[in-house]
Design a protein around this ligand. Structure first.
Ligand SMILES: C[S@@+](CC[C@H](N)C(=O)[O-])C[C@H]1O[C@@H](n2cnc3c(N)ncnc32)[C@H](O)[C@@H]1O
Length: 275
C-alpha cells in the first residue's frame, strides 16, 4: 500500500467540501480505497468512519460530513482540448465506450457538446459509486440534442468478463495507461479491439514517453515520480503501445499533440482484426 501522504503528490482529484474539509482524492491509484478512507479520517478528524457515495460519518453517527462528488481539477483543464480532439475524430451518432471514466467529468462535458453521441462511461468497482453519482447528478439534463449518457458500467480492463459486447464505433480512455500496470495496457488494447466495430477508433489521451516525440522534462519527472511511488505505474512509451496495438489489429492513425505535453494516440481497428 502506498503511503497516503505521498499520494497527494500524484492526484489532483479532490472532493470539494460542503462541510469544513477538503479531501485530496487518492483513489485513482491501485488498491487505494482504504488509503482514501484513512485520508478522510485524518482530514476530518472524526474517529472511525464509514463511507458512502454522498457522506462520511463517525461510527456513532454523530459527525456526518456530506461530500460532493469526486472532482478533478486536471479534468477541468483538459476537458475542452479533449472535446476538440474527439470532435475532430468521432463521426456523428457515434457509440463510445469510455474506459476509466474516473470522476465522469469528461463524460458529462462531451455529452453536453456532441449531438447524437451515445457515451458509455465505465470504471473499476471501487470507483463506480462516485462515477454513478456524477452521472446521476449532472448527466441527465443539458445534454446535446440526441446525446445519451448511459449508466456507468463496471469495467476493469484486466477482467475479460467485464468488457461489454459492443460494438462501439469508438473507445476512449484518458489518463489511464500510466496508472494501470504495464501488463494491463495490452489488455486495454485487446479489449478495445474486441468491442470495436471494424473501422472503429481507439483514442488514448494522456502523457506518453517517446514514440518519436522527445520526452518533455515534466513528463520524465512525472514518470520517475510515479515509479518511485509504485513500480507498477509509469508513463508508457507511445511506440511500444502502437506496436502492441498493431499486433491486436489496431493501426496507429495519429499522434495528436495536446496541451501540457499530453498526447492523444488514435488507432483504427482494421477490418479483420486479430484479437
Ligand atoms: C488518473 S485517473 C483518470 C480518470 C479520468 N479518465 C480522467 O481523465 O480524469 C485513472 C483512472 O484509471 C482507472 N484505471 C486504473 N486501472 C484500471 C484498470 N485496470 N481498468 C480500468 N480502469 C483502470 C482508474 O480507476 C481511474 O479512473
Amino acid at each position: 500500500m502506498l503511503p497516503p501522504t505521498t499520494l497527494f503528490l500524484v492526484c489532483s482529484c479532490i472532493r470539494q467540501p460542503k462541510v469544513g474539509f477538503v479531501v485530496q482524492e487518492l483513489s485513482w491509484l491501485n488498491g487505494s480505497p482504504d488509503a482514501r478512507l484513512q485520508q478522510i479520517r485524518r482530514t476530518a478528524g472524526s474517529g472511525r468512519l464509514r463511507g458512502s457515495p454522498g457522506s462520511v460519518a463517525g461510527q456513532d453517527g454523530a459527525a456526518v460530513l456530506p461530500l460532493t462528488v469526486r472532482f478533478s481539477e486536471a479534468c477541468e483543464r483538459n476537458k475542452e482540448p479533449i472535446l476538440q480532439v474527439l470532435r475532430q475524430w468521432l463521426p456523428p451518432q457515434v457509440r463510445v465506450l469510455e474506459v476509466g471514466s474516473g470522476s465522469g467529468q469528461h463524460a458529462v462535458h462531451v455529452a453536453r457538446q456532441l449531438a447524437g453521441l451515445q457515451w458509455q462511461p465505465s470504471d473499476r468497482a471501487e470507483y463506480l459509486a462516485d462515477l454513478r453519482e456524477r452521472i446521476s447528478l449532472e448527466g441527465r439534463e443539458g445534454l446535446a440534442p440526441g446525446a445519451q449518457l448511459a449508466d456507468p458500467l463496471e469495467l476493469d480492463v484486466d477482467r475479460a468478463d467485464q468488457w461489454p459486447q459492443g460494438p462501439y464505433e469508438a473507445v476512449f480512455s484518458a489518463n489511464t495507461t500510466h496508472i494501470m500496470e504495464a501488463a494491463s495496457v495490452p489488455r486495454l488494447l485487446a479489449g478495445a479491439a474486441r468491442v470495436l466495430a471494424p473501422g472503429g477508433l481507439l483514442l488514448l489521451y494522456g502523457p506518453f514517453l517517446g514514440g518519436g516525440v522527445p520526452t518533455a522534462p515534466s513528463n520524465a519527472a512525472f514518470d520517475a515520480h510515479l515509479r518511485s511511488l509504485d513500480s507498477a505505474m509509469g508513463l508508457r512509451d507511445a511506440r511500444e503501445v502502437s506496436e502492441q496495438a498493431l499486433d491486436l489489429g489496431l493501426e496507429a492513425l495519429a499522434d495528436e499533440a495536446m496541451p501540457a505535453n499530453n498526447r492523444t494516440l488514435v488507432f483504427r481497428k482494421r477490418d479483420a482484426a486479430v484479437v
